[in-house]
Design a protein around this ligand. Structure first.
Ligand code: HH2
Length: 268
């Protein structure tokens, strides 16, 4: 899954693809490089801005992403488009414009209308783990057992989604690395990914360029975390990840291919 941030302020690529032309060109590039799905977001959720800003108005989020989604749905009809939003209104407009997957970083906890939309549209939905409201995220996270708590959250949110009419087969799970979690939490989640996989649903992992990799490698520059991302991608796949959400598609598609060949086999 290639990340397409149509934002002025995303943590690693803010402003690079903020206009339609640049965003569409970058999407084409990622597909040429091996992306199977494009994840389009119009609001940065990085802790520094997400925690103390009021949510981006849905009108502005739609203004940023809808023209890009419409162009890509027309120009790349074989590539599924995912919309990275926790607002049902934005997701609904994105689906109408050509998106075919919802990526909800709140795991259906922020917008009560989101589960009904997932149910009525029938599209796949990624439930990412995130505890609390955005303004709480900078507080030092406290977990007794982060993996057990993420699993418990998933069990509750899956049950709620099913009650709202979402089919289990629509649901993908994502541990939400870096969202209200410190480096140790992220590493523990990666180390114990098979426990999440045991829930029996496909897993998405988004470690790409994240701060915990920079802390381990001693680099503040998110674009200097490619090799760290590669290690996380390879080991996520070894741990059972079915999809990895990445910025550096060319390199990570190659890392994923080889990792997948080792873990799941390879046919010549
Ligand atoms: N991470 C980010 C955004 N959306 N969605 C899922 N499912 N999993 C993730 O790990 C995830 C996500 C944050 O990364 P990015 O989009 O590059 O940054 P920003 O939020 O600053 O736009």
């Amino acid at each position: 899954m290639g990340v397409l941030n149509v934002t002025p302020d995303s943590f690693s690529d803010g402003g690079l693809y903020a206009d339609v032309q640049a965003a569409v060109a970058h999407a084409h590039q990622m597909v040429l490089e091996g992306a199977h799905i494009l994840d389009i977001g119009g609001e940065s959720t990085r802790p520094a801005t997400f925690s103390d800003h009021s949510p981006l108005p849905p009108e502005e989020e739609m203004r940023r992403i809808l023209p890009v989604i419409a162009r890509l749905a027309a120009e790349l009809p074989h590539i599924p488009i995912s919309v990275d939003t926790y607002k049902a209104e934005v997701a609904e407009a994105a689906l109408a414009a050509g998106a075919s997957l919802i990526n909800d970083i709140s795991g259906l906890t922020y917008d009560p209308a989101m589960s009904a939309l997932a149910a009525s549209s029938g599209v796949p939905i990624v439930l990412m783990h995130l505890l609390g409201r955005p303004r709480d995220l900078p507080l030092q996270p406290v977990y007794e057992d982060v993996v057990a708590e993420v699993i418990a959250f998933f069990e509750i949110q899956i049950a709620r989604a099913e009650e709202a009419g979402v089919s289990r087969s629509q649901i993908w799970l994502d541990p939400g690395l870096g969202f209200g979690k410190n480096a140790q939490h992220n590493l523990e989640l990666l180390r114990r990914l098979p426990e999440l996989r045991a829930l029996g649903l496909p897993l998405v992992v988004g470690a790409s360029r994240k701060k915990f990799l920079g802390r381990i490698l001693g680099t503040d520059d998110p674009t200097d975390r490619r090799d760290g991302t590669a290690a996380a991608v390879a080991l996520s796949i070894a741990g059972g990840a079915d999809m990895v959400r990445v910025h550096d598609v060319r390199e990570m598609a190659r890392v994923a291919k080889v990792s997948d060949a080792i873990v799941r086999g390879w046919e010549e």
